[in-house]
Design a protein around this ligand. Structure first.
Ligand SMILES: [Zn+2]
Length: 449
């Protein structure tokens, strides 16, 4: 772990590799979107300004393949699945990035950058494109924490390839028939994926920006190759790297290529996006997370507990947009606030932070049950603030217990007090038939939908 030392005091510049829009997103994409949303929100909670750039790869082999298969333009495929992507992101409660640059809007700047690398003698042209020569980049393999030799051992130049070294990677792809193209000094073609993020991040955030993120599967070769281009240009790239862990379905790593594709869009039709957020918050962002019907059901149940708590204390959902300073001034519990910050500052220890929130829920309920309303309310408000700081908006409305139900609750509690269990059960059945979930708490009957 390293301390986040900012380039500009008070301001965080962060870049996260976004989706390639050729299909509906899978739950692994949801994870990176949520992981960096939690980080961004926590930085804002800490009083920092955040400049958040995340790109949309709207030209790529897979987009072209789908477009050709379906006999329609690549741009149409990209537009369709970009819309699907934002729908999913919105349903997850992820705040949109400050900038969402598209690859196709940056081709001119990518051509210019590739030209500079060629002029510096670090890239070379072949019959099918322009490649970067990794042997000429000092420290190649640093991100992968592996030497050039060990990286090279598993790779080879395929017959027919003109690469000088197996790890050399493409900066510019010369056009093949049936592909959208842009002009360049090397003839018509399109940029390589690794080039996109370097140009956009440096363009929008400047040299030596603070933080570069993405899924762990991008660390090598994608991020290594981004960094290599920046090194070749003599420009300072990201000062810190953050990678989120895999999503596992059963035991397999979540990946389309493994054939266990699980659609995020499907998940969000059956599950509240907040439950997926809560499920992920239960693990450190670096750890693999298992997404199964059981872990989802578990998260849904925990979310229902938080919502029911929010209703009990009529929590204001605006509590979620506070900073630490505002929370302090609003009368949230100072001890709980301090403990939250300590956990989150420790490499975003969300499992511990979440555990502490559920502790507060128990303590607030116990205080309220004992008639200590003021103390309970302070803790409840703190729960609202801390959930909000992690992007977990609680639902506090829509379940007012009507007069009829309230009368039945009183009657049932009276029946229980005199030991008339048959009557108590009958009233419970009546309430359940009316759509209420009936809980027997120490202080009497509790209802929620
Ligand atoms: Zn990238």
């Amino acid at each position: 772990m390293r301390t986040l030392e900012l380039r500009d005091p008070g301001r965080v510049s962060m870049y996260v590799c976004g989706p390639t829009v050729y299909d509906v997103p899978h739950i692994g994409h949801g994870r990176f979107a949520l992981a960096f949303d939690v980080l961004r929100r926590y930085l804002v909670f800490s009083g920092l300004e955040v400049d958040y750039v995340s790109n949309v790869t709207d030209i790529d082999d897979k987009i072209i393949a789908r477009a050709n298969l379906e006999s329609r333009p690549a741009s149409e495929v990209a537009a369709q699945f970009e819309a699907t992507w934002w729908d999913a992101v919105d349903a997850l409660g992820v705040e949109r990035p400050t900038h969402t640059p598209h690859a196709t809007s940056y081709v001119d700047r990518m051509v210019a950058m590739v030209g500079k690398i060629v002029a510096l003698g670090v890239a070379y042209e072949t019959s099918d494109g322009v490649y970067l020569s990794v042997d000429q980049v000092e420290g190649y393999g640093l991100l992968a924490r592996q030497s050039l030799d060990s990286l090279r051992s598993g790779e080879r130049v395929e017959p027919g390839e003109e690469k000088r070294s197996p790890l050399d990677f493409v900066l510019w792809k010369k056009a093949k028939p049936g592909e959208p193209t842009w002009p360049s000094p090397w003839g018509p073609g399109r940029p390589g994926w690794h080039t996109e993020c370097v140009v956009m991040s440096l363009d929008l955030l400047g040299d030596g920006f603070d933080l570069h993120g993405g899924g762990i599967d991008l660390a090598f070769p994608h991020h290594e190759n981004e960094r290599a281009q920046s090194v070749a240009l003599g420009r300072e790239f990201a000062r810190h790297w953050v990678h989120n862990g895999h999503v596992k379905v059963g035991d397999e790593k979540m990946s389309k290529s493994l054939g266990n594709f699980t659609s995020l869009t499907d998940l969000l039709t059956s599950t509240d996006g907040r439950a997926y957020r809560l499920l992920l918050l239960r693990s450190n962002y670096r750890s693999p997370v298992e997404v199964t019907p059981e872990t989802i059901a578990d998260a849904e149940e925990a979310l229902a507990r938080l919502d029911s708590f929010a209703r009990r204390f009529h929590l204001d959902t605006r509590l979620g947009s506070m900073t630490f300073e505002m929370a302090q001034a609003s009368g949230a519990d100072p001890g709980a606030l301090g403990a939250f910050v300590e956990r989150m500052d420790d490499d975003l220890d969300t499992p511990a932070a979440l555990g502490a929130i559920f502790d507060l829920v128990r303590r607030a309920n116990a205080l309220a049950d004992g008639g200590e309303d003021a103390g309970a309310l302070t803790l409840a408000k703190t729960v609202g603030v801390l959930c909000g700081a992690m992007g977990l908006a609680l639902v506090s409305e829509g379940e007012e217990v009507d007069e009829g139900a309230a009368a039945l609750v009183d009657e049932r509690d009276a029946a229980r007090a005199r030991g008339d269990w048959a009557r108590a059960d009958a009233i419970r059945d009546e309430l359940q038939a009316a759509g209420w979930v009936v809980e027997d708490a120490a202080q009497g009957t509790r209802l929620h939908r």
